[in-house]
Design a protein around this ligand. Structure first.
Ligand code: 0RQ
Length: 499
């Protein structure tokens, strides 16, 4: 069947108010860049005429500004799941103008197939190649594309010539069978392949193909500083010590690392550390640092869901595609983040916290308990199932006015039952096999910033001698102090009791 080529505006015209749309990609990698801009314009025009226009937006993870930014600025988002990191969309969500539900990324595909998200009217997929036989070759991010292609009523393809067709073969695409007859995912090493190179659909389902030529909208890194470098070194020291003590197999374990500056610095430190052998990644996002370490031979193989690298780095990868084809596989997030595979391979998870409480409960998403930052992403998929789960963060935020360590987190993403090790630039708190009281001591002594150590010791003393020392009237005292005076260092526990 001949493919029907059209403009982005013609494609956007097919989308109606209230439609639910599944978009390709994972992070800005592999996200579509033309049709959502045209949908945003269509929404603005409708709103100018007093007509409603909003769509449900389901993606793999965050996207680029052309998708989340354009739709947010047009106020065209009815609901959004499972992860976002765009400032305009974040503002819309926190203003209560777009419904957002934050989900573990490994579960999104099955949630769609189970029908929990309702009907999906459209799938919009970025491809580097599409054939009249209905074969689709994805680009730099896989996300939930295989499920979208299976489940959506109709498909629109952005055929992006920025990405070479030779990407074919880098993807390993598998939609797992659903319960009650689900079988195991046959991945026993990070480099194993279990699926197909392409997505195959009924060509009659493809309503149109839009030709584009756009780079992924991946932002740069702030670069490392003293704090992130120290965190990185502490993580590397911790893992090399575990290896020395025989608590990590001598062949080492596959690593998962989150996104952002801290994750980048941690990987750089691991690459440099003499006590860490060459290693593999079983992770979701492959960042610049992974590519660099692959070229020095420190990273032997990386399994991920996306190649979220800067434009310069992507050009470098494309110039040396044969080398990277052998060392990188991109999988659907259901597989890259699979709890089953994470537990089987024994991954070491390394993610970032906004705040941590004295017992090791972690908040990665809601600032002061009520303002959504990005979302839980894949951090829960890995943390809960890791061989060793690590959270790191700077000990303070906002120039020291916020302590990352508080008596009780204002929102919980990862509970003390899953969080094993906390690392800041101050040091390492190993929480494994410790009682709540012992965890509290380890965190205060090793991770808390000196400006807050005394205040948190005072809290611990006030909280008394019980199994989980806690004083309800003061548990959020530091948060309330920040809202009152703008600086948690002004905390006076006596005031909490008088309130
Ligand atoms: O804001 O830049 O305006 O000052 O939060 O903090 O320290 O730069 O760290 O960029 O790595 O982000 C948890 C948000 C950390 C991220 C989070 C402020 C701080 C700064 C960012 P400013 P940093 P990062 C793989 C795994 C959840 C998902 C996940 C995240 C800004 O890592 O979204 O792990 N993780 N996914 O000042 C108020 C606090 C704060 C605070 C920091 N306690 N209160 N603000 N900040 N601590 C990815 C995927 O799944 C795709």
């Amino acid at each position: 069947m001949a493919l029907r080529f059209m403009t982005a505006e013609e494609a956007a015209d097919l989308i109606s108010h209230d439609d639910v749309v599944g978009f390709s990609g994972f992070t800005p990698a592999g996200s579509v860049k033309s049709i959502p801009v045209a949908i945003g314009e269509k929404a603005k025009a409708a709103h100018a005429q007093g007509k409603p226009f909003k769509i449900g937006v389901i993606t793999g993870a965050s996207t680029g500004d052309s998708l989340d930014g354009s739709l947010a600025r047009a106020e065209a988002v009815k609901f959004r799941t499972p992860y976002q990191s765009n400032a305009d969309l974040r503002n819309l969500i926190n203003a209560g103008k777009a419904d957002y539900f934050d989900s573990h990324l490994s579960t999104v595909g099955q949630t769609i197939r189970y029908g929990f998200l309702g009907k999906m009217n459209w799938g919009i997929i970025e491809a580097c190649d599409v054939t009249e036989q209905g074969e689709i070759v994805l680009t730099t991010g896989v996300g939930i594309s295989p499920t979208i292609c299976q489940y959506a009523d109709r498909l629109l393809i952005e055929l992006n010539s920025y990405h070479p067709k030779r990407l074919r073969g880098m993807h390993d695409l598998l939609v797992v069978a659903d319960p009650p007859h689900r079988r195991e995912i046959p991945i026993y090493r990070a480099s194993d392949r279990a699926g197909a190179e392409v997505i195959k659909v009924d060509p009659g389902k493809i309503a149109g193909v839009v030709l584009t030529n756009h780079a992924d909208e991946v932002g740069g890194f702030a670069g490392s500083d003293e704090v992130t470098n120290r965190i990185g070194m502490n993580v590397a020291d911790f893992l090399s010590n575990e290896l020395r003590k025989g608590r990590i197999p001598s062949s080492f374990l596959p690593l998962q690392s989150g996104v952002g500056n801290i994750a980048n610095a941690v990987l750089a430190a691991l690459g440099e550390h003499k006590g860490i052998p060459d290693f593999e990644m079983y992770t979701e996002v492959i960042q610049d640092s992974v590519i660099q370490l692959m070229e020095t031979g420190r990273i032997k193989f990386a399994s991920g869901c996306s190649l979220t690298v800067s434009q310069e780095m992507l050009s470098h990868v494309y110039d040396n595609l044969d080398f990277f084809h052998e060392r990188i596989v991109l999988r659907p997030q259901e597989i890259s983040n699979s709890p089953e595979v994470a537990r089987r391979l024994g991954i070491v998870s390394m993610n970032t916290a906004l705040e941590v409480d004295l017992f090791g409960n972690v908040n990665s998403t809601n600032v002061m308990g009520r303002k959504m930052m990005n979302g839980i992403g894949g951090s829960g998929d890995f943390t809960r199932n890791a061989y060793i789960s690590i959270f790191s963060c700077p000990s303070v935020a906002k120039g020291g006015k916020i302590s990352a360590f508080v008596p009780m987190v204002s929102h919980t993403d990862h509970s003390e039952h899953s969080v094993q090790v906390i690392i800041t630039e101050q040091g390492i708190a190993d929480l494994r096999s410790k009682s709540p009281k012992a965890k509290m001591e380890a965190i205060i002594e090793n991770c808390v910033h000196p400006d807050y150590r005394e205040a948190l010791r005072d809290y611990a003393n006030l909280a008394g001698d019980t199994h989980t020392p806690c004083t309800l009237s003061a548990a959020f005292g530091m948060h309330m102090e920040f809202e009152r005076s703008g600086d948690m260092r002004n905390i006076n526990w006596g005031d909490c009791f008088r309130r």
